[in-house]
Ligand binder design. Structure first.
Ligand code: ATP
Ligand code: MG
Length: 363
């Protein structure tokens, strides 16, 4: 079986370092590993509209921002097909058929959707499209026969929902769709990177992000203002590293060579944590180190983005070609789906003859 990747992002803002450690960095590594037969990266504008129906301009603007962030991080349109969800209408058709294989109560139990509904104050007025977006995600994944979905932890329920739909579909209509696996980050801190405010998840909708396109100064300010241990008041106080965002980010980003370069008094992160917990290590020193580490990782992305920002027509052209290529693949799967469901009235000459024969016998 071919090894195929499908993953993507909602164009609700520029991409942040949560996306980067949760999925984007891995995608680029997988793309360059040459181990995959095909890689599809989707800018999920239709999904973004499920909770931004009143703000289509936001979605429209951010399609380009996300594409710029992708390419700045090293996604290469020669190796990966980058496309925009709404430009592949076959995905809507698949969604319509899959909706019949899912119950409303199953959708209401989805823990990620549940917490997103809370976060958006949707409780009394959930857009139907929002409640059902995991089904449209199943269409996105299966349309490309994806075997692997590299994503953060919040996507686990979505991939699980997709697997259920695949099993249900194949059980009723015969073996047609492929069951995907989620590929989570190996580093625990990257599963769900917290926001700079210490809130559970860095999220475009929560305003607690460090964006890949932030300037050096913006990154520095955000790092220096980050949430730490509220009880660590004096430098001499013993501090907590658990739930301390600065240390979570160091878990996600720092490597032993960073210590040698920027903080040679410590061998590695364990030593730094031990000192913090004992007391006698101030937040400012740790934050300055984190800033150095982050700047090293983000500087090349920022520079590459600056170059790409001068090539906007080429980026739209790349997206246009990606949409055409993606559409061709999705159309093939849709045909297989319709054949399996016997929604192929005009292609099936036997059907027409059978129907005629039925009436001819009656006469
Ligand atoms: P929105 O608030 O609009 O939902 P978002 O910031 O949650 O935006 P998505 O586009 O929903 O971003 O997520 C895109 C990908 O990035 C998914 O694979 C998701 O798991 C991953 N991701 C998003 N936020 C984080 C995070 N804080 N830590 C790790 N991975 C993340
Ligand atoms: Mg999200």
């Amino acid at each position: 079986m071919e090894k195929i990747i499908l993953t993507g992002d909602r164009p609700t803002g520029r991409l942040h370092i949560g996306h980067y450690v949760g999925s984007l960095k891995r995608r680029v590594e997988l793309q360059n590993s040459g181990e995959f037969d095909k890689i599809y990266i989707m800018i999920a504008d239709a999904q973004a509209l499920t909770d931004n129906a009143d703000n289509p301009e936001k979605v429209r603007q951010n399609v380009l921002e996300v594409a710029l962030d992708y390419m700045a991080c090293g996604l290469d349109p020669k190796k990966s097909t980058i496309f925009i969800q709404s430009q592949v209408p076959e995905l809507c058709e698949l969604t319509t058929f899959y909706l019949n294989l899912v119950t409303v109560s199953r959708l209401q139990r989805n823990p990620t959707v549940k917490s997103e509904i809370k976060m958006r104050d949707f409780e009394a007025s959930i857009p139907a499209g929002f409640l059902t977006y995991p089904v449209s995600q199943a269409a996105d994944i299966t349309a490309f026969k994806a075997t692997v979905v590299p994503a953060g932890e919040d996507q686990m329920p979505m991939v699980e929902q997709t697997r259920e739909i695949v099993n249900r579909f194949n059980g009723i209509y015969g073996e047609t769709l492929v069951e995907p696996q989620i590929l989570l980050p190996e580093n625990e801190a990257c599963l769900r990177l917290p926001g700079t405010d210490g809130k559970a998840k860095m999220s475009k909708s929560l305003n607690n992000c460090i964006y890949l396109s932030d300037s050096e100064e913006e990154v520095r300010k955000k790092v220096m203002g980050m949430y730490t241990d509220p009880d660590h008041i004096k430098v001499s106080d013993p501090g907590k590293v658990e739930g301390n965002t600065v240390f979570t980010y160091l878990d996600a980003f720092s490597r032993p060579e960073h210590f040698e370069k920027y903080l040679p008094d410590y061998k590695d992160l364990d030593e730094l944590k031990a000192h913090y917990m004992r007391g006698g290590l101030g937040d400012v020193k740790v934050k300055k180190f984190l800033n150095a580490v982050m700047q090293e990782e983000l500087a090349p992305i920022r520079e590459r983005r600056k170059e790409l920002e001068q090539q906007i027509p080429e980026i739209y052209q790349m997206l246009r070609e990606g949409c055409v290529a993606a559409r061709a693949v999705a159309a093939e799967t849709l045909k297989e789906v319709k054949d399996a469901m016997k929604i192929n009235y005009f292609d099936d000459t036997a059907l027409i003859e059978e129907q005629q024969a039925k009436y001819s016998e009656v006469q």
